[in-house]
Unconditional design. Structure first.
Length: 210
Protein backbone atom coordinates (compact mmCIF):
# COMPACT_ATOMS: atom_id res chain seq x y z
CA UNK A 1 0.00 0.00 0.00
CA UNK A 2 1.38 3.40 -0.92
CA UNK A 3 2.35 5.92 1.74
CA UNK A 4 -0.48 8.28 0.69
CA UNK A 5 -3.15 5.59 0.67
CA UNK A 6 -1.99 4.04 3.93
CA UNK A 7 -1.90 7.43 5.62
CA UNK A 8 -5.41 8.29 4.45
CA UNK A 9 -6.89 5.01 5.63
CA UNK A 10 -5.11 5.15 8.97
CA UNK A 11 -6.18 8.73 9.65
CA UNK A 12 -9.78 7.86 8.84
CA UNK A 13 -9.64 5.05 11.39
CA UNK A 14 -8.17 7.41 13.97
CA UNK A 15 -10.80 10.11 13.68
CA UNK A 16 -13.73 7.72 14.14
CA UNK A 17 -12.50 6.74 17.59
CA UNK A 18 -15.38 8.40 19.39
CA UNK A 19 -18.36 8.50 17.05
CA UNK A 20 -20.88 8.01 19.84
CA UNK A 21 -20.04 11.23 21.63
CA UNK A 22 -19.82 13.12 18.36
CA UNK A 23 -23.49 12.29 17.76
CA UNK A 24 -24.57 13.33 21.26
CA UNK A 25 -22.96 16.74 21.08
CA UNK A 26 -23.25 17.63 24.79
CA UNK A 27 -20.02 19.32 25.85
CA UNK A 28 -18.62 18.69 29.32
CA UNK A 29 -16.13 20.64 31.41
CA UNK A 30 -13.71 19.28 34.00
CA UNK A 31 -12.08 20.92 37.03
CA UNK A 32 -8.98 22.90 36.13
CA UNK A 33 -5.80 20.86 36.35
CA UNK A 34 -2.44 22.16 37.60
CA UNK A 35 -0.45 24.16 35.06
CA UNK A 36 1.73 21.10 34.55
CA UNK A 37 2.02 17.69 36.16
CA UNK A 38 3.79 14.37 35.75
CA UNK A 39 2.09 11.00 35.41
CA UNK A 40 3.89 7.70 35.97
CA UNK A 41 2.31 5.11 33.70
CA UNK A 42 3.38 1.61 34.66
CA UNK A 43 2.78 -0.72 31.73
CA UNK A 44 3.21 -4.46 31.27
CA UNK A 45 6.55 -3.80 29.53
CA UNK A 46 7.99 -0.86 31.47
CA UNK A 47 7.29 2.56 32.96
CA UNK A 48 6.55 5.71 30.97
CA UNK A 49 6.62 9.17 32.55
CA UNK A 50 4.46 11.86 30.95
CA UNK A 51 4.45 15.60 31.52
CA UNK A 52 1.17 17.36 30.77
CA UNK A 53 1.18 21.10 30.09
CA UNK A 54 -2.10 22.98 30.40
CA UNK A 55 -0.80 25.76 28.15
CA UNK A 56 -0.70 23.28 25.29
CA UNK A 57 -4.33 22.13 25.46
CA UNK A 58 -6.29 23.17 28.56
CA UNK A 59 -9.46 21.18 27.92
CA UNK A 60 -7.49 18.05 27.12
CA UNK A 61 -5.22 18.41 30.13
CA UNK A 62 -8.16 18.99 32.47
CA UNK A 63 -9.85 15.81 31.23
CA UNK A 64 -6.66 13.75 31.42
CA UNK A 65 -5.95 14.90 34.97
CA UNK A 66 -9.46 13.97 36.04
CA UNK A 67 -9.32 10.54 34.40
CA UNK A 68 -5.93 9.71 35.90
CA UNK A 69 -7.03 10.94 39.34
CA UNK A 70 -10.06 8.65 39.17
CA UNK A 71 -7.96 5.63 38.13
CA UNK A 72 -9.60 5.33 34.73
CA UNK A 73 -6.48 4.18 32.88
CA UNK A 74 -5.63 1.36 35.29
CA UNK A 75 -5.79 -2.03 33.53
CA UNK A 76 -6.46 -0.40 30.13
CA UNK A 77 -5.20 -2.17 26.99
CA UNK A 78 -3.24 -0.73 24.07
CA UNK A 79 -5.90 -1.99 21.69
CA UNK A 80 -4.77 -0.37 18.45
CA UNK A 81 -1.14 -0.27 17.38
CA UNK A 82 -0.26 0.91 13.87
CA UNK A 83 3.49 0.45 13.35
CA UNK A 84 5.17 3.64 12.22
CA UNK A 85 2.21 5.78 13.21
CA UNK A 86 0.27 5.64 16.51
CA UNK A 87 -0.52 3.52 19.56
CA UNK A 88 -4.07 3.97 20.83
CA UNK A 89 -5.70 3.26 24.22
CA UNK A 90 -8.31 4.66 26.57
CA UNK A 91 -11.33 2.35 26.49
CA UNK A 92 -11.94 1.02 29.98
CA UNK A 93 -12.00 -2.65 30.87
CA UNK A 94 -15.35 -1.86 32.50
CA UNK A 95 -18.01 -1.08 29.86
CA UNK A 96 -19.92 1.14 32.29
CA UNK A 97 -16.89 3.39 32.73
CA UNK A 98 -16.39 3.69 28.97
CA UNK A 99 -20.07 4.53 28.48
CA UNK A 100 -19.92 7.23 31.16
CA UNK A 101 -17.12 9.11 29.44
CA UNK A 102 -18.34 8.44 25.91
CA UNK A 103 -21.37 10.55 26.84
CA UNK A 104 -19.21 13.45 28.10
CA UNK A 105 -17.09 14.91 25.28
CA UNK A 106 -14.96 17.99 25.83
CA UNK A 107 -14.51 21.13 23.74
CA UNK A 108 -11.74 21.28 21.18
CA UNK A 109 -8.32 22.77 21.79
CA UNK A 110 -6.16 24.35 19.11
CA UNK A 111 -2.89 22.74 18.02
CA UNK A 112 -0.02 24.61 19.68
CA UNK A 113 2.77 22.01 19.46
CA UNK A 114 3.54 19.52 16.75
CA UNK A 115 2.66 15.81 16.79
CA UNK A 116 6.18 14.48 17.25
CA UNK A 117 7.26 11.08 18.57
CA UNK A 118 6.41 10.68 22.23
CA UNK A 119 3.59 13.22 22.38
CA UNK A 120 0.19 12.23 23.79
CA UNK A 121 -3.02 13.20 22.04
CA UNK A 122 -6.77 12.61 22.33
CA UNK A 123 -8.45 10.65 19.55
CA UNK A 124 -11.62 12.21 18.20
CA UNK A 125 -14.42 11.90 15.64
CA UNK A 126 -14.89 15.46 14.47
CA UNK A 127 -15.44 18.68 16.38
CA UNK A 128 -15.88 18.62 20.16
CA UNK A 129 -15.78 14.83 20.39
CA UNK A 130 -12.78 13.96 22.60
CA UNK A 131 -13.60 11.78 25.61
CA UNK A 132 -11.10 9.28 27.07
CA UNK A 133 -9.28 7.68 24.13
CA UNK A 134 -5.65 8.70 23.67
CA UNK A 135 -2.78 7.83 21.41
CA UNK A 136 0.98 8.06 21.52
CA UNK A 137 2.68 9.32 18.41
CA UNK A 138 5.31 6.65 17.82
CA UNK A 139 6.94 8.67 15.03
CA UNK A 140 6.88 12.33 13.98
CA UNK A 141 3.34 12.79 12.58
CA UNK A 142 3.16 16.57 12.38
CA UNK A 143 2.67 16.75 8.62
CA UNK A 144 -0.31 14.43 8.84
CA UNK A 145 -1.98 15.38 12.12
CA UNK A 146 -1.22 19.02 13.00
CA UNK A 147 -3.85 20.32 10.58
CA UNK A 148 -5.86 17.17 9.81
CA UNK A 149 -9.39 17.87 8.48
CA UNK A 150 -8.98 21.56 9.25
CA UNK A 151 -8.73 21.19 13.04
CA UNK A 152 -5.78 18.95 13.79
CA UNK A 153 -4.98 16.77 16.79
CA UNK A 154 -3.52 18.86 19.64
CA UNK A 155 -0.88 17.18 21.80
CA UNK A 156 -1.35 17.86 25.51
CA UNK A 157 1.59 15.93 27.00
CA UNK A 158 4.90 14.35 26.10
CA UNK A 159 6.98 11.46 27.34
CA UNK A 160 9.87 12.68 29.46
CA UNK A 161 11.29 9.23 30.23
CA UNK A 162 10.63 5.73 28.97
CA UNK A 163 9.94 6.56 25.33
CA UNK A 164 11.73 3.32 24.43
CA UNK A 165 8.83 1.44 26.06
CA UNK A 166 6.70 2.34 23.05
CA UNK A 167 8.87 0.05 20.93
CA UNK A 168 8.28 -2.87 23.30
CA UNK A 169 4.47 -2.80 23.25
CA UNK A 170 2.95 -5.70 21.32
CA UNK A 171 2.04 -4.75 17.74
CA UNK A 172 0.89 -8.07 16.32
CA UNK A 173 -2.86 -7.45 16.32
CA UNK A 174 -2.65 -4.12 14.50
CA UNK A 175 -6.14 -2.66 14.19
CA UNK A 176 -8.03 -5.95 14.63
CA UNK A 177 -9.66 -5.29 18.06
CA UNK A 178 -13.14 -3.88 17.51
CA UNK A 179 -13.91 -0.69 19.45
CA UNK A 180 -17.63 -1.44 19.56
CA UNK A 181 -16.94 -4.82 21.15
CA UNK A 182 -14.59 -3.24 23.67
CA UNK A 183 -17.29 -0.72 24.57
CA UNK A 184 -19.81 -3.53 25.08
CA UNK A 185 -17.68 -6.19 26.77
CA UNK A 186 -14.52 -4.46 28.01
CA UNK A 187 -11.44 -6.47 28.89
CA UNK A 188 -13.36 -9.76 28.78
CA UNK A 189 -13.56 -9.42 24.98
CA UNK A 190 -9.90 -8.44 24.68
CA UNK A 191 -8.59 -11.17 26.98
CA UNK A 192 -10.50 -13.85 25.08
CA UNK A 193 -9.64 -12.71 21.58
CA UNK A 194 -6.39 -10.73 21.91
CA UNK A 195 -4.55 -12.16 24.93
CA UNK A 196 -1.14 -10.76 23.98
CA UNK A 197 -2.15 -7.11 24.21
CA UNK A 198 0.06 -5.06 26.51
CA UNK A 199 -1.65 -2.82 29.01
CA UNK A 200 -1.36 -0.06 31.59
CA UNK A 201 -1.11 -1.48 35.08
CA UNK A 202 -1.52 1.91 36.74
CA UNK A 203 -1.32 5.62 35.95
CA UNK A 204 -0.77 8.09 38.80
CA UNK A 205 0.02 11.78 39.17
CA UNK A 206 3.44 11.94 40.84
CA UNK A 207 4.11 15.69 40.93
CA UNK A 208 2.56 18.96 39.77
CA UNK A 209 3.32 22.68 39.33
CA UNK A 210 1.92 24.71 40.97
Amino acid sequence: MSRLTRSTVTLAALVVASTGCARQGAISADPAAPDSFDVAMETSVGTITLRSRRAWAPHGVDRFHRLVSEGFYNDVRFFRVVPGFVMQFGLSGDPKASAKWEAAPIADDTVKVTNKRGTVVFARAGQNSRTSQLFFNTVDNGLMLDAADGFGFPPFAEITSGVEVLDKIFQGYGEAPDQGQIMRAGNAYLQENFPKLDYIKSAKVTSHWP
